[in-house]
Design a protein around this ligand. Structure first.
Ligand code: SF4
Length: 633
């Protein structure tokens, strides 16, 4: 009996309604460990190149790791992988919550889904038993209703459900997958892949404890991290202010994304700060499985004519900015309502805010008019219009249908020069962090295999001076010297390379980045100890960093096979221009030539072909990925 994992991967073919269980050897787990490394293993082996992401040929993989579900701080996550219908590239998204640990206790380490059902179905997995059940009565219903019905019909309050709402069914290209109504596999449109397979939900219940090599050691480290974490300002701020804490420094510095990135100056920013949030809409904070940090926001509004249901959690920073300042909106009530709607329908709030802000700018510029919007006055700041557009996108009505394709395709459909107002990398809308004040985030946006993303590496401020937590705690991995946040020279590229690999490790292990350095108090040593005590393996950081590199190289090979190359590793043009308005007016432009040199240097540091950014056969051999050499010839 293995420690930490089950040694079982469930394969389901929804076309034939058959399933089988694979029992990989220990070597497989020791090579790929979990998350996207496992997902990409199957995508590269079993999916034909250039498969239509919304066809039965796409695979949809839910992958835990050897660690997921271990009762230690901040290790609740799992990854969903598929070819993304938004980007056409390798798609992945991690979610916290409770579903991943429950699947582990139900006896599986991953689920690989292929084919598609003719009629709606859901999977029911209980303690190793699998059923494919009819979901016709659930199709068209929102997530809260579906959770209630499934729990009633399967008679279990503790059943954990990963599911899609109507946006996933309607194949909105940025539909996501939710568990417990508020934990998301947020980006890349993986909910649309689930919708294309007519798979409404995966309900799981597991009662078998996870087999740990050193249970007492895990519990001892957990106590140490928790004790320190309760007093430490990093985790205390996460609990007390949550991710919306980012609003104040961004708004005061003049880099809060506003009015579809036309400025970083939002004069009503105070209305969106974490302090205002806590005073006005916060009901409580909640946590994920076994996590003492409890950083998740829960918003509630109970006015007679305006209600926000707390079951759907509350807006995080990205949502506050994307559906707030980016759309010129400063009313947290409306942002919380939009968040609730996105969660009921299952839509990524970043892309939703971005496509609405894009449409608002098109309207202000005369590219769209009232006839196009169905009579909606789609101006910046119109909060009622923003809420209406959220619904129209989810239900694919009128202009909402056009926006449901994401900014790139929407701009092509609208025409008249609309593409000037989109801000994407690999067709995915950029998150709410401005690379002009932290260039490492720009490298993340440009180099992320799954389109612009802000969770690919730790952000620059954690390494800005010798007293920064990143420099104090991560020297052992190679973060030796501070680098200024706006630097884009060789030191920044070397730091980014390191952090990208490190965060890939955290992601594929199911570790929440808010639990460990540089974002919180869990140390590298403690995380390694948890891994050893869970698995019984004499793991090292050298080994783990190689697994991270393996997953990055596999993703790069997948994308190369799909036709991606260095020309797709770009940054939106807006970041090569100075800020307009506010404290940073007339400053900040990233030098394009320096940025392009940085991209090329990163290819070289990774051991890739510097001209097209493709892994070399030698690099693949070094990482034990010889089986991929033919793909890069
Ligand atoms: S730090 Fe927050 S998001 Fe991360 S596992 Fe804990 S509660 Fe969940």
């Amino acid at each position: 009996m293995p420690y930490g994992y089950n040694g079982k991967i469930l394969h389901v073919n929804l076309s034939s309604k058959k399933y089988w269980i694979e029992n990989p050897e220990e070597d497989f787990y020791r090579t790929y460990w979990g998350g996207r490394a496992i997902g990409l293993y199957y995508m590269l082996k079993e999916m034909r190149p250039h498969a239509d992401p919304l066809s039965p040929d796409n695979l949809l993989i839910f992958a835990l790791s050897v660690l997921t579900g271990v009762p230690a701080p901040a290790i609740p996550r799992y990854t969903v992988c598929a070819k993304s219908p938004l980007t056409g590239a390798q798609g992945e998204a991690e979610a916290g919550g409770w579903w991943g640990p429950e699947l582990k206790k139900a006896g599986f380490d991953a689920i690989v889904i292929k084919g598609s059902s003719k009629t709606p179905v859901y999977l029911w997995i209980k303690d190793g038993k699998v059923e494919i059940k009819d979901a016709s009565h659930l199709w068209g219903k929102d997530t809260g209703t579906v959770q209630k019905i499934i729990r009633e019909e399967l008679a279990g309050d503790k059943i954990r459900i990963a599911q899609i709402g109507p946006a996933g069914e309607n194949l909105v290209r940025f539909a996501n997958i939710v568990n417990e109504l508020k934990h998301f596999n947020g980006r890349n449109g993986l909910g649309a892949v689930m919708g294309s397979k007519r798979l409404k939900a995966i309900a799981v219940r597991g009662t078998k404890p996870i087999n740990l090599f050193g249970k007492e050691r895990v519990s001892q480290i957990t106590k140490e991290i928790t004790k320190r974490g309760m007093d430490n300002p990093l985790s205390r701020d996460l609990r007390e202010l949550g991710t919306p804490a980012v609003v104040r420094p961004a708004f005061e510095a003049g880099c809060l994304p506003s009015y579809n990135w036309t400025t970083g100056y939002f004069k009503e920013g105070e209305n969106l700060t974490a302090e205002t949030y806590n005073k006005t809409i916060l009901k409580e904070t909640k946590g994920c499985y076994a996590c003492p940090i409890r950083c998740k926001r829960v918003a509630k509004i109970s006015e007679p004519d305006f209600k926000v249901d707390p079951s759907y959690g509350g807006p995080e920073y990205e949502t506050v900015a994307a559906l707030g300042s980016l759309c010129g909106i400063s009313d947290l009530k409306y942002i919380a309502k939009a968040n609730e709607l996105c969660n009921r329908y299952t839509m990524d709030t970043i892309s939703t805010g971005m496509v609405i802000a894009f449409a608002m700018q098109c309207y202000e510029e005369g590219i769209l008019n009232k006839e196009d919007t169905g009579g909606i006055e789609l101006t910046f700041g119109n909060k009622e219009a923003m809420l209406k557009m959220v619904e129209k996108i989810a239900l694919r009505e009128g202009l909402g249908d056009i926006l449901s394709y994401g900014s790139c395709l929407a701009a092509q459909k609208i025409g008249k020069g609309a593409e000037k107002f989109i801000h994407v990398v690999k067709s995915q809308e950029i998150p709410m962090h401005d690379p002009r004040v932290k260039t490492g985030v720009g490298l993340q946006y440009a180099l992320s295999d799954y389109g612009a993303d802000h969770m690919k590496a730790a952000h620059d401020p954690f390494f800005k001076d010798k007293d920064s937590i990143g420099i104090k705690e991560m020297k052992g991995l190679g973060a030796l010297n501070p680098v200024p946040p706006t630097d884009i020279g060789k030191e920044k590229v070397a730091l980014f390379k390191l952090l990208d690999i490190y965060w890939s490790v955290l992601d594929l292990l199911g570790v929440c980045v808010f639990g460990y350095v540089p974002r919180s108090v869990g140390t590298l040593d403690e995380l390694l100890e948890i891994i050893r005590a869970t698995t019984g393996w004499k793991a090292t950081w050298f080994e783990l960093m190689n697994v991270g590199k393996r997953s990055i190289n596999m993703a790069r090979v997948f994308n190369y096979r799909e036709g991606f190359s260095s020309r797709d590793d770009t940054l939106p043009e807006v970041f090569y221009r100075n800020f307009k308005g506010g404290p940073l007016d007339g400053q900040g432009a990233i030098n394009k030539e320096d940025f392009q040199k940085a991209i090329r240097l990163r290819y070289e540091l990774m051991g890739w072909n510097p001209d097209n950014g493709t892994p070399t056969p030698a690099k693949l051999i070094e990482l034990g990925l010889d089986w991929l050499i033919d793909e890069v010839k």
